[in-house]
Design a protein around this ligand. Structure first.
Ligand code: GUN
Length: 304
Protein backbone atom coordinates (compact mmCIF):
# COMPACT_ATOMS: atom_id res chain seq x y z
CA UNK A 1 0.00 0.00 0.00
CA UNK A 2 1.14 3.55 -0.64
CA UNK A 3 -0.38 5.99 1.78
CA UNK A 4 -2.31 9.07 0.72
CA UNK A 5 -0.29 12.15 1.69
CA UNK A 6 -2.22 14.57 3.88
CA UNK A 7 -0.85 17.94 2.80
CA UNK A 8 -0.90 20.62 5.48
CA UNK A 9 0.10 23.25 2.95
CA UNK A 10 -2.92 22.51 0.73
CA UNK A 11 -5.36 22.55 3.68
CA UNK A 12 -3.69 25.72 5.00
CA UNK A 13 -4.19 27.50 1.68
CA UNK A 14 -7.86 26.53 1.64
CA UNK A 15 -8.48 27.74 5.22
CA UNK A 16 -6.51 30.99 4.72
CA UNK A 17 -8.71 31.76 1.73
CA UNK A 18 -11.80 31.26 3.92
CA UNK A 19 -10.29 33.45 6.66
CA UNK A 20 -9.43 36.21 4.19
CA UNK A 21 -13.04 36.39 3.04
CA UNK A 22 -14.21 36.40 6.66
CA UNK A 23 -11.75 39.22 7.51
CA UNK A 24 -13.07 41.31 4.63
CA UNK A 25 -16.65 40.74 5.78
CA UNK A 26 -15.79 41.76 9.36
CA UNK A 27 -13.93 44.85 8.15
CA UNK A 28 -16.89 45.94 6.01
CA UNK A 29 -19.38 45.37 8.83
CA UNK A 30 -17.47 46.73 11.85
CA UNK A 31 -14.96 49.11 10.27
CA UNK A 32 -11.97 47.30 11.68
CA UNK A 33 -10.00 44.11 11.06
CA UNK A 34 -9.16 41.40 13.61
CA UNK A 35 -6.19 42.60 15.71
CA UNK A 36 -3.29 40.32 16.63
CA UNK A 37 -0.38 41.27 18.90
CA UNK A 38 2.80 39.17 18.88
CA UNK A 39 5.14 39.54 21.84
CA UNK A 40 8.67 38.28 21.26
CA UNK A 41 11.25 38.41 24.06
CA UNK A 42 14.87 38.15 22.95
CA UNK A 43 16.18 36.78 19.68
CA UNK A 44 16.04 33.00 19.89
CA UNK A 45 16.39 32.09 16.16
CA UNK A 46 13.59 29.50 16.15
CA UNK A 47 11.24 31.93 17.94
CA UNK A 48 12.15 34.78 15.57
CA UNK A 49 11.40 32.51 12.62
CA UNK A 50 8.03 31.37 14.04
CA UNK A 51 6.95 34.92 14.94
CA UNK A 52 7.99 36.21 11.50
CA UNK A 53 5.78 33.57 9.84
CA UNK A 54 2.87 34.47 12.13
CA UNK A 55 3.26 38.19 11.33
CA UNK A 56 3.47 37.57 7.56
CA UNK A 57 0.37 35.40 7.61
CA UNK A 58 -1.56 37.99 9.66
CA UNK A 59 -0.52 40.68 7.17
CA UNK A 60 -1.56 38.55 4.18
CA UNK A 61 -5.06 38.26 5.67
CA UNK A 62 -5.36 42.01 6.27
CA UNK A 63 -5.34 41.82 10.08
CA UNK A 64 -4.35 44.76 12.26
CA UNK A 65 -1.02 43.40 13.38
CA UNK A 66 1.17 44.79 16.16
CA UNK A 67 4.68 43.57 16.90
CA UNK A 68 6.02 43.98 20.39
CA UNK A 69 9.68 42.98 20.51
CA UNK A 70 11.32 43.16 23.94
CA UNK A 71 14.98 42.68 24.91
CA UNK A 72 16.07 39.31 26.36
CA UNK A 73 16.76 40.96 29.74
CA UNK A 74 13.31 42.57 30.07
CA UNK A 75 11.90 42.37 33.59
CA UNK A 76 8.81 40.35 34.36
CA UNK A 77 7.14 43.51 35.61
CA UNK A 78 7.70 45.28 32.27
CA UNK A 79 6.40 42.29 30.32
CA UNK A 80 3.29 42.05 32.50
CA UNK A 81 2.71 45.80 32.05
CA UNK A 82 2.78 45.33 28.25
CA UNK A 83 0.27 42.49 28.48
CA UNK A 84 -2.00 44.65 30.66
CA UNK A 85 -1.82 47.38 28.01
CA UNK A 86 -2.92 45.02 25.22
CA UNK A 87 -5.58 43.41 27.44
CA UNK A 88 -7.15 46.87 27.74
CA UNK A 89 -6.79 47.78 24.04
CA UNK A 90 -10.16 47.53 22.24
CA UNK A 91 -8.45 46.96 18.84
CA UNK A 92 -6.63 43.84 20.06
CA UNK A 93 -8.49 40.53 19.71
CA UNK A 94 -5.54 38.19 20.17
CA UNK A 95 -2.31 38.30 22.21
CA UNK A 96 0.45 35.80 21.57
CA UNK A 97 3.55 35.58 23.77
CA UNK A 98 6.09 33.44 21.96
CA UNK A 99 7.56 30.66 24.12
CA UNK A 100 10.05 29.80 25.50
CA UNK A 101 10.72 32.86 27.66
CA UNK A 102 14.08 33.80 29.25
CA UNK A 103 14.93 32.34 32.66
CA UNK A 104 14.16 35.49 34.71
CA UNK A 105 10.51 35.32 33.59
CA UNK A 106 7.90 33.10 35.20
CA UNK A 107 6.16 31.62 32.15
CA UNK A 108 3.09 30.57 34.11
CA UNK A 109 2.58 34.09 35.52
CA UNK A 110 2.83 35.53 32.00
CA UNK A 111 0.36 33.12 30.40
CA UNK A 112 -2.06 33.63 33.29
CA UNK A 113 -1.89 37.41 32.83
CA UNK A 114 -3.32 37.31 29.29
CA UNK A 115 -7.06 38.05 29.17
CA UNK A 116 -8.60 34.59 28.52
CA UNK A 117 -10.84 36.19 25.89
CA UNK A 118 -7.71 37.31 23.96
CA UNK A 119 -5.64 34.16 24.60
CA UNK A 120 -5.45 32.95 20.98
CA UNK A 121 -2.92 30.24 21.90
CA UNK A 122 -5.50 28.70 24.25
CA UNK A 123 -2.89 28.21 27.00
CA UNK A 124 -4.65 30.12 29.84
CA UNK A 125 -6.11 27.80 32.51
CA UNK A 126 -9.59 29.22 31.80
CA UNK A 127 -9.31 28.13 28.16
CA UNK A 128 -7.86 24.76 29.13
CA UNK A 129 -10.94 24.33 31.35
CA UNK A 130 -13.29 25.46 28.57
CA UNK A 131 -11.66 22.89 26.25
CA UNK A 132 -12.14 20.14 28.82
CA UNK A 133 -15.86 20.96 29.14
CA UNK A 134 -16.18 21.08 25.34
CA UNK A 135 -19.09 22.11 23.13
CA UNK A 136 -19.94 25.81 22.91
CA UNK A 137 -17.77 26.52 25.97
CA UNK A 138 -14.67 26.29 23.76
CA UNK A 139 -13.40 29.69 22.65
CA UNK A 140 -9.78 29.11 21.58
CA UNK A 141 -8.87 25.50 20.82
CA UNK A 142 -5.05 25.31 21.04
CA UNK A 143 -3.54 25.76 17.60
CA UNK A 144 -1.59 22.57 16.90
CA UNK A 145 -4.34 20.19 18.12
CA UNK A 146 -6.96 22.26 16.25
CA UNK A 147 -4.81 21.93 13.11
CA UNK A 148 -4.58 18.16 13.56
CA UNK A 149 -8.36 17.88 13.95
CA UNK A 150 -8.90 20.00 10.83
CA UNK A 151 -6.46 17.86 8.81
CA UNK A 152 -8.29 14.70 9.91
CA UNK A 153 -11.71 16.10 9.04
CA UNK A 154 -10.72 17.62 5.70
CA UNK A 155 -8.94 14.40 4.62
CA UNK A 156 -12.16 12.45 5.22
CA UNK A 157 -10.97 10.47 8.24
CA UNK A 158 -13.87 8.94 10.20
CA UNK A 159 -13.30 9.73 13.87
CA UNK A 160 -16.54 8.58 15.45
CA UNK A 161 -15.86 5.25 17.13
CA UNK A 162 -12.25 5.16 15.88
CA UNK A 163 -9.38 3.93 18.05
CA UNK A 164 -7.07 6.93 18.39
CA UNK A 165 -3.67 6.55 20.02
CA UNK A 166 -1.75 9.70 20.99
CA UNK A 167 1.98 9.35 21.67
CA UNK A 168 3.05 12.13 24.06
CA UNK A 169 1.28 13.99 26.87
CA UNK A 170 2.45 17.58 26.50
CA UNK A 171 0.18 20.46 27.50
CA UNK A 172 0.49 21.92 23.99
CA UNK A 173 -0.35 18.83 21.91
CA UNK A 174 -0.84 15.41 23.56
CA UNK A 175 -3.25 16.28 26.37
CA UNK A 176 -5.45 18.74 24.42
CA UNK A 177 -5.77 16.61 21.25
CA UNK A 178 -6.79 13.63 23.42
CA UNK A 179 -9.50 15.72 25.11
CA UNK A 180 -10.72 17.19 21.81
CA UNK A 181 -11.08 13.85 20.02
CA UNK A 182 -12.87 12.13 22.91
CA UNK A 183 -15.61 14.79 23.16
CA UNK A 184 -19.10 13.95 22.04
CA UNK A 185 -19.93 15.55 18.72
CA UNK A 186 -18.69 16.41 15.28
CA UNK A 187 -15.08 15.64 14.30
CA UNK A 188 -14.56 13.66 17.52
CA UNK A 189 -16.34 10.87 19.46
CA UNK A 190 -13.26 8.63 19.28
CA UNK A 191 -11.87 6.15 21.81
CA UNK A 192 -8.60 7.75 22.84
CA UNK A 193 -5.53 6.22 24.46
CA UNK A 194 -2.56 8.39 25.48
CA UNK A 195 0.84 6.72 25.75
CA UNK A 196 3.95 8.34 27.18
CA UNK A 197 7.38 7.67 28.67
CA UNK A 198 5.76 5.81 31.58
CA UNK A 199 3.81 3.41 29.35
CA UNK A 200 4.76 -0.28 29.53
CA UNK A 201 4.41 -1.17 25.84
CA UNK A 202 3.99 1.79 23.49
CA UNK A 203 4.26 -0.34 20.33
CA UNK A 204 1.41 -2.63 21.40
CA UNK A 205 -0.96 0.34 21.83
CA UNK A 206 0.13 1.92 18.53
CA UNK A 207 -0.63 -1.28 16.62
CA UNK A 208 -4.32 -0.97 17.60
CA UNK A 209 -4.65 2.59 16.31
CA UNK A 210 -6.94 3.52 13.43
CA UNK A 211 -5.54 7.02 13.92
CA UNK A 212 -2.03 7.38 15.32
CA UNK A 213 -0.97 10.87 16.45
CA UNK A 214 2.69 11.16 17.37
CA UNK A 215 3.93 14.18 19.33
CA UNK A 216 6.92 12.87 21.24
CA UNK A 217 9.75 15.01 19.87
CA UNK A 218 11.93 11.94 19.22
CA UNK A 219 13.06 11.60 15.59
CA UNK A 220 12.01 8.29 14.02
CA UNK A 221 10.50 6.98 17.29
CA UNK A 222 7.58 5.18 15.63
CA UNK A 223 8.70 2.13 13.66
CA UNK A 224 6.79 0.89 10.61
CA UNK A 225 5.82 -2.35 12.39
CA UNK A 226 3.97 -0.28 15.03
CA UNK A 227 1.49 0.91 12.39
CA UNK A 228 -1.76 -0.91 11.65
CA UNK A 229 -2.15 -1.38 7.87
CA UNK A 230 -4.39 1.35 6.49
CA UNK A 231 -4.14 3.58 9.60
CA UNK A 232 -4.05 7.36 9.43
CA UNK A 233 -0.76 8.66 10.83
CA UNK A 234 -0.32 12.26 12.02
CA UNK A 235 3.31 13.14 12.70
CA UNK A 236 3.64 16.24 14.89
CA UNK A 237 7.42 15.90 15.36
CA UNK A 238 9.59 18.68 13.98
CA UNK A 239 13.11 17.60 14.91
CA UNK A 240 16.13 19.53 13.64
CA UNK A 241 18.59 16.78 12.74
CA UNK A 242 21.17 18.84 10.81
CA UNK A 243 21.59 21.63 8.31
CA UNK A 244 21.76 21.91 4.52
CA UNK A 245 22.01 24.59 1.86
CA UNK A 246 18.63 25.50 0.37
CA UNK A 247 18.48 24.95 -3.41
CA UNK A 248 16.03 27.86 -3.67
CA UNK A 249 17.79 30.54 -1.62
CA UNK A 250 21.38 29.26 -1.24
CA UNK A 251 21.04 29.85 2.53
CA UNK A 252 21.61 27.38 5.35
CA UNK A 253 18.38 25.70 6.47
CA UNK A 254 17.53 23.07 9.07
CA UNK A 255 17.00 19.45 8.02
CA UNK A 256 13.72 18.43 9.65
CA UNK A 257 12.69 14.90 10.57
CA UNK A 258 9.44 13.73 12.09
CA UNK A 259 8.77 11.28 14.92
CA UNK A 260 7.78 8.67 12.32
CA UNK A 261 9.99 7.00 9.70
CA UNK A 262 8.03 8.51 6.78
CA UNK A 263 9.43 6.41 3.91
CA UNK A 264 8.71 3.08 5.56
CA UNK A 265 5.48 4.16 7.30
CA UNK A 266 3.95 5.36 4.05
CA UNK A 267 4.15 1.79 2.67
CA UNK A 268 1.84 0.61 5.48
CA UNK A 269 -0.39 3.53 6.50
CA UNK A 270 -3.54 4.50 4.60
CA UNK A 271 -2.83 8.21 4.98
CA UNK A 272 0.09 10.11 6.49
CA UNK A 273 1.30 13.67 7.08
CA UNK A 274 4.80 14.57 5.81
CA UNK A 275 7.43 16.54 7.78
CA UNK A 276 7.78 19.31 6.81
CA UNK A 277 4.48 20.26 5.13
CA UNK A 278 2.06 18.34 7.35
CA UNK A 279 0.97 19.59 10.77
CA UNK A 280 3.48 22.50 10.80
CA UNK A 281 1.65 24.87 8.43
CA UNK A 282 -1.63 24.24 10.27
CA UNK A 283 -0.51 25.69 13.61
CA UNK A 284 -0.17 29.26 12.31
CA UNK A 285 -3.38 28.90 10.31
CA UNK A 286 -5.32 27.98 13.45
CA UNK A 287 -3.80 30.97 15.26
CA UNK A 288 -5.31 33.17 12.56
CA UNK A 289 -8.64 31.38 12.90
CA UNK A 290 -8.57 31.93 16.66
CA UNK A 291 -7.92 35.64 16.14
CA UNK A 292 -10.99 35.86 13.91
CA UNK A 293 -12.94 33.91 16.57
CA UNK A 294 -11.70 36.39 19.19
CA UNK A 295 -13.02 39.34 17.22
CA UNK A 296 -16.35 37.63 16.48
CA UNK A 297 -16.80 36.89 20.16
CA UNK A 298 -15.98 40.49 21.10
CA UNK A 299 -18.45 41.97 18.59
CA UNK A 300 -21.12 39.48 19.70
CA UNK A 301 -21.30 37.26 16.59
CA UNK A 302 -21.95 33.54 17.01
CA UNK A 303 -18.91 31.24 16.63
CA UNK A 304 -19.25 28.32 14.26
N1 GUN B 1 6.55 28.09 21.01
C1 GUN B 1 6.47 26.90 20.36
N2 GUN B 1 5.21 26.64 19.99
C2 GUN B 1 4.46 27.68 20.41
C3 GUN B 1 3.08 28.00 20.30
O1 GUN B 1 2.26 27.27 19.75
N3 GUN B 1 2.71 29.20 20.84
C4 GUN B 1 3.58 30.01 21.46
N4 GUN B 1 3.11 31.14 21.98
N5 GUN B 1 4.87 29.75 21.58
C5 GUN B 1 5.30 28.59 21.04
Amino acid sequence: MTAKIISGTAVRDQILQELKAETERLKAKYGRAPGLVTILVGENPASVSYVTSKIRTAQSLGFREVQCNLPADVSQEALLAKIAEFNADPGTDGILVQLPLPKQIDEKAVLNAIDPDKDVDGFHPVNVGRLMIGGDQVLFPPCTPAGIQELLVRSGCELSGAEVVVVGRSNIVGKPIAVMLMQKGRAANATVTVVHTGSRDIAEHCRRADVLIVAAGVPGLVKPEWIKPGATVIDVGVNRVGEKISEKTGKKIAILKGDVDFEEASKIAGAITPVPGGVGPMTITMLMRNTVRGMKRRVGEPLS
